[in-house]
Design a protein around this ligand. Structure first.
Ligand code: FAD
Length: 374
């Protein structure tokens, strides 16, 4: 079987690439090892900049079926509470449904989808993937959107990336428990986690309780300790529907290290996520979009074109990774929340501009806070 473009992985990165590329009259397929709709561990928080990207690649996407909120509640280590109201709401998607919708849109756009399909061998020198059933899949270009553990990344000799770790329970909303009855706010609790935070939110069907550690070495142990404390505080058993998963923390895969100009990595496979917030859906969709643009610009130098388009984003992520040490220093985070509670409107506006809309840099955020603390 031959396709002009083979995409490995049908998450937001792979489907965004599929949707953009489907407009160029080429043969495209997505292979994914799962059968959709498939479960995906995620808080499902979608920022406004992500909404804008989705509208760009799929104008018909219907956001109305998901819960949205513009109310955020922040807690510091000493339980200082600060409430902010964003001007533009965040949408809380259920990933199982969200990813499935994007995949169906790809299918409708003419992308061939192979579910429950993976490869047993990959021969990049011959542009071939050998599927588990023995079929050979040949391509002109290959896009690896195969998640944080990307088998393609490994096969082409790109060094592994550092990973943080998250734990999350998803529990059916039960209105009798007052602390967990369908919440209209998102809670971010910076607790005692040196590099990360807890989150509590409700989407349409469940309440989600999570802990993320955005640092490599101690991530696993710390996530368990802090998550268990959080669950005790909320009066639920920490093992209730508990699952864990890894996420990128700003260590970007060096794609210059591999020799194949017709292969790129996008999304988690490339390490594209925000090392302060853990936001990854936006970067996955943006990279998928750039993959489409790069193919249109120059498919003979596909990797180079892609890397040139994504370079600003990669630099932003690297910059945010440096600032994350400052952000998560104990003094800084406690100070931020302490100060925020005195000027919620001003801070709501900065959070909109920096975190939600992506119109201002993280550097700007720190400069503004430095002024505030003076
Ligand atoms: C607990 C947790 C909470 C998070 N919360 C948020 C949030 O609120 N907001 C946000 O923006 N981001 C969040 N993220 C990050 C976000 O989930 C990821 O950044 C995003 O899913 C990356 O998309 P992707 O398409 O690159 O990879 P994925 O969504 O992981 O998709 C990869 C796909 O590749 C397939 N695949 C893997 N290996 C193979 C193979 N060998 N063959 C075929 N297919 C394969 C998988 O089945 C999967 O469908 C969270 C992450 C975690 C762990």
């Amino acid at each position: 079987m031959y396709y002009d473009i083979v995409i490995v992985g049908g998450g937001p990165a792979g489907t965004a690439a599929g949707l953009v590329l489907s407009t160029f009259n080429k043969s495209i397929c997505i292979i994914d090892k799962s059968f959709f709709p498939r479960p995906k561990l995620c808080a499902g928080i979608i920022t406004q900049k992500t909404i804008q990207m989705i509208k760009k690649i799929l104008p018909s996407f219907n956001f109305d079926k998901y819960v949205n909120t513009n109310k955020i509640c922040l807690f510091s280590q000493h339980n200082t509470k600060c409430e902010i109201t964003l001007e533009y709401p965040l949408i809380l998607v259920e990933r199982e449904q969200f990813d499935y919708e994007l995949l169906l849109a790809c299918k409708k756009a003419g992308v061939h989808i192979f579910e429950q399909t993976t490869f047993s061998e990959f021969i990049p020198e011959h542009n071939n993937l050998i599927l588990m059933n023995g079929d050979i899949l040949s391509y002109n270009v290959l896009i690896a959107a195969d998640g944080i553990f990307s088998p393609i990344r490994k096969k082409i000799g790109v060094a592994d990336i550092k990973k943080g770790f998250c734990l999350q329970n998803s529990i059916n909303i039960y209105p009798n428990n007052s602390s967990l009855a369908c919440l209209d706010k998102i809670y971010f609790d910076f607790a005692n986690i040196p590099f990360g935070y807890n989150w509590i939110l409700s989407n349409k069907n469940s309440t989600i309780i999570g802990t993320g550690v955005l640092a490599e070495n101690t991530a696993y142990k710390q996530a368990f300790t802090e998550h268990s404390k959080l669950c005790t505080k909320l009066g639920i058993s920490s093992s209730l529907g508990l699952r864990g998963a890894f996420l990128p923390i700003g260590d970007i895969a060096n794609q210059l290290m591999h020799p194949y100009n017709n292969i790129i990595l996008i999304g988690d496979a490339a390490g594209y996520a925000n090392p302060i917030t853990g936001e990854g859906i936006y970067y996955a969709i943006l990279a998928g979009y750039y993959a489409g643009q790069a193919y249109q610009m120059d498919n003979k130098h596909f990797k180079d074109s892609f890397l040139s388009l994504i370079s600003v984003t990669e630099n932003d992520i690297k910059e945010i990774a440096k600032l994350s040490h400052h952000f998560y220093s104990e003094k800084m985070i406690n100070n931020i929340i302490y100060q925020l509670k005195n000027c919620p409107d001003y801070i709501s506006n900065i959070c909109d501009e920096v975190f939600n809309l992506g119109r201002c840099s993280y550097q700007y955020f720190f400069e503004e806070l430095t002024q505030l603390f003076r």
